[in-house]
Design a protein around this ligand. Structure first.
Ligand code: Z5A
Length: 213
């Protein structure tokens, strides 16, 4: 197995139904083919405590959830996930592949809910000082088409939001993708085979530069 002094941190981002879970498998198989040990995980979640916070966040509730309370719960889960799972794996030389990370918070809580982006940035610095993804694959899909893909399952508290919420989330992702060179936008409106070919190209391109010790 190829060993690096420190592993790399790869995230997959995008709206609901964009194909994050489906394509995480593709990314994992490329990395493993090149000999890297991969830890696949997700947010919110990834540890028993963080998964409990996920249930609190996603479950339906009668009480309106304050956007800052929601943001702080997400960062509480993230701090635990980073400290107990992500950082130890990276230090051990494993590559961490995570569905969603702080770019989701910029998109959903800042873009979607209106929390100040500066507040999100400050909490990020407290929850994961100095840790940012080395590569982010942003699967950009139009909300209506993506929601159709998941229309047969029961919807969580976020998926019940109105259309304009998802438009704001998508716009915030677009801004973030323009600002951060680590984010590679993939057009996820296309058929799965085309999306996957582009993902393989993006990961192999990253490996050609960052895949050496
Ligand atoms: N959230 C937040 O607000 N702030 C944060 O900081 C974080 C999260 C970290 C749960 O996330 C919620 O948490 C999320 C935002 C909030 N809310 N929402 N809504 P999640 O990641 O667990 O939930 P999700 O985004 O809803 O995941 P998902 O619906 O499972 O989407 P996905 O993983 O991107 O899609 P998929 O399961 O891979 O694919 C869905 C279906 O589409 C499946 O049948 C595929 O075969 C099909 N598919 C995928 N790609 C294609 C293409 N290209 N063509 C045709 N069909 C396709």
């Amino acid at each position: 197995m190829t060993r690096l002094s420190r592993g790399r941190f790869i995230t997959i981002e995008g709206g609901e139904g964009a194909g994050k879970s489906t394509n995480a498998e593709v990314v994992r198989s490329v990395l493993e083919r090149y000999g890297f040990g991969v830890l696949a995980t997700r947010e919110p979640g990834g540890t028993p405590l963080a998964e409990e916070i996920r249930s609190v966040l996603l479950g339906p509730r009668d009480e309106a959830v304050d956007p800052m309370a929601e943001t702080m719960l997400i960062f509480a889960a993230r701090a635990q996930h980073v400290a107990r799972v992500i950082e130890p794996a990276l230090r051990a030389g494993r590559w961490v592949l995570c569905e969603r990370f702080t770019d989701s918070t910029f998109a959903y809580q800042a873009g979607g809910r209106g929390v100040a982006a500066e507040a999100v940035a400050k909490l990020a610095e407290l929850a994961h000082p100095g840790l940012w993804p080395d590569l982010t694959l942003y699967l950009d899909a139009a909300p209506d088409a993506a929601m159709t893909r998941i229309s047969t399952r029961s919807l969580d508290r976020f998926e019940r939001e109105r259309r304009d919420f998802f438009d704001r989330v998508r716009e915030a992702y677009a801004v973030r993708a323009r600002e951060r060179p680590q984010i590679v936008r993939i057009d996820a409106n296309r058929d799965l085979a085309s999306v996957q070919r582009e993902i393989v190209r993006a990961v192999e391109g990253f490996l050609s530069v960052h895949g050496k010790a």
